[in-house]
Design a protein around this ligand. Structure first.
Ligand code: ZN
Length: 401
């Protein structure tokens, strides 16, 4: 077994410090892109990087990079995560990948010296989309995927001394591999008492908007047999969405998160209902099949009830498999430090799915207690945070030394 000697208390202290930046009076923290708390957090991380002996610099969108040169030139091995948070965000989402990445790299530099290839830590400026109607802003800039900058974002950038005209210069073609440690944000590891997982893929998502049209009628004078109740029909469809996803088993999930009935009156039969369906699966074909079954059952229910149905695709994102070689390397790293690692599909989106377009990517998950995330209750056993950081450090050692 290989000991990586991670300083657990230092990791906890850094997480505490970041969590305090942007703390909200009613709980949690909020560091929206280019806000005051965001700027203070960026400064703090930049200082940690310099203190760790890394060359720190900010790119044109505000991603912060800390770099250790290698004996050889060539493409870099990078670790990190996002520095922004949702409203009332928790202590670990994003912050863990930055603090653990920094702690891991610091440990390697002090115990193993200069790496063979360049080794970097990055604090990605934005992932959550919780201030502007954009997410993966930081990772999209790194992969060169940002074209024009929305005027509102451009103004916020200028306030932070960043030039929106230079966004294209944030693109990197000198990265080989990106590895991210993140909390699971779900309850699979916690409920199965597993300390760690190697992510196999990030799910693909399809988001649909369903409009069910019947006829609005008087709730007192219209007998049941003469009604075309859009809401009663939609209720059957919503039940069907749930039972189809259940019958397929993990990792298929389908969620109706928004429902709007019209005219939304206590004494009127609903004439129109609009609801959304979010469908996810790690396999593109399986997700398409799930979506197809949902569409066809909704159509059957609509025709049985004499309702009109319109299903519109709002957004679609393909599943992103993690690099096979990197998955094996992460599993080996876990074994090397004396741990086992489950394989898990990520149901949430991550920067890694954007970065996968240009670099080899891999992810590690540590458990979220009770599956809680994006809330002040977000927590992980400190021993598992250290374990995750050890595995990350070992993986970086295998990759960069
Ligand atoms: Zn995150």
């Amino acid at each position: 077994m290989i000991s990586m000697r991670i300083d657990g208390p230092l990791l906890e202290r850094r997480l505490d410090e970041l969590y305090a930046i942007g703390a909200e009076p009613d709980g949690g923290t909020y560091r929206p892109l280019y806000g005051d708390a965001w700027a203070r957090a960026v400064e703090r991380v930049e200082r940690w990087m310099k203190d760790a002996g890394l060359q720190a610099h900010r790119d044109p969108v505000g991603n912060v990079w800390g770099r250790a040169e290698g004996h050889n030139e060539g493409k870099a091995i990078v670790t990190g995560s996002h520095i922004d948070t949702v409203r009332h965000g928790g202590r670990l989402d994003g912050a863990l990948g930055i603090c653990a990445g920094l702690t891991a790299v610091e440990t390697l530099l002090s115990s193993n010296g200069k790496p063979r290839r360049p080794l970097e830590v990055v604090a990605i400026c934005e992932e959550e989309g919780s201030r502007f109607n954009t997410n993966f802003w930081g990772s999209r800039a790194i992969t060169g995927a940002i074209g024009t900058v929305d005027p509102e974002i451009a103004a916020a950038m200028r306030e932070r001394g960043l030039d929106p005209a230079k966004v294209a210069a944030a693109a990197r073609d000198d990265i080989d591999t990106f590895v991210e440690l993140h909390i699971e944000q779900g309850g699979v590891l916690d409920s199965s008492r597993q300390p760690l997982a190697v992510v196999s893929a990030i799910v693909g998502t399809a988001q649909l908007e369903v409009t069910v049209t019947g006829r609005a009628d008087h709730a007192g004078t219209t007998p049941m047999g003469l009604r075309r109740d859009a809401l009663a029909g939609a209720a059957g469809m919503i039940q069907a969405v749930e039972s189809i996803a259940r019958s397929l088993g993990n990792p298929a999930v389908a969620t109706v998160g928004k429902v709007r009935a019209e005219p939304d009156q206590i004494n009127v039969v609903p004439g129109r209902v609009v609801f959304t369906i979010d469908v996810r699966h790690a396999d593109l074909g399986a997700r398409a099949a799930l979506e197809e079954r949902i569409r066809s059952l909704c159509a059957t229910i609509a025709s049985e009830r004499g309702l009109e149905l319109d299903v519109r695709l709002l957004q679609e994102r393909a599943p992103v498999p993690m690099d096979a070689g990197l998955r094996a390397l992460l599993a080996r790293a876990a074994k090397d430090v004396g741990s086992t690692a489950a394989e898990l599909v990520s149901g949430a989106g991550h920067d890694a799915q954007i970065l996968a377009a240009r670099y080899k990517v891999g992810m590690l998950f540590v458990p979220s207690i009770g599956g809680r995330s994006h809330c002040p209750e977000e927590a992980t056993d400190p021993a598992q945070l250290v374990l995750g950081t050890e595995v990350l450090a070992r993986a970086l050692q295998l990759l960069a030394y």
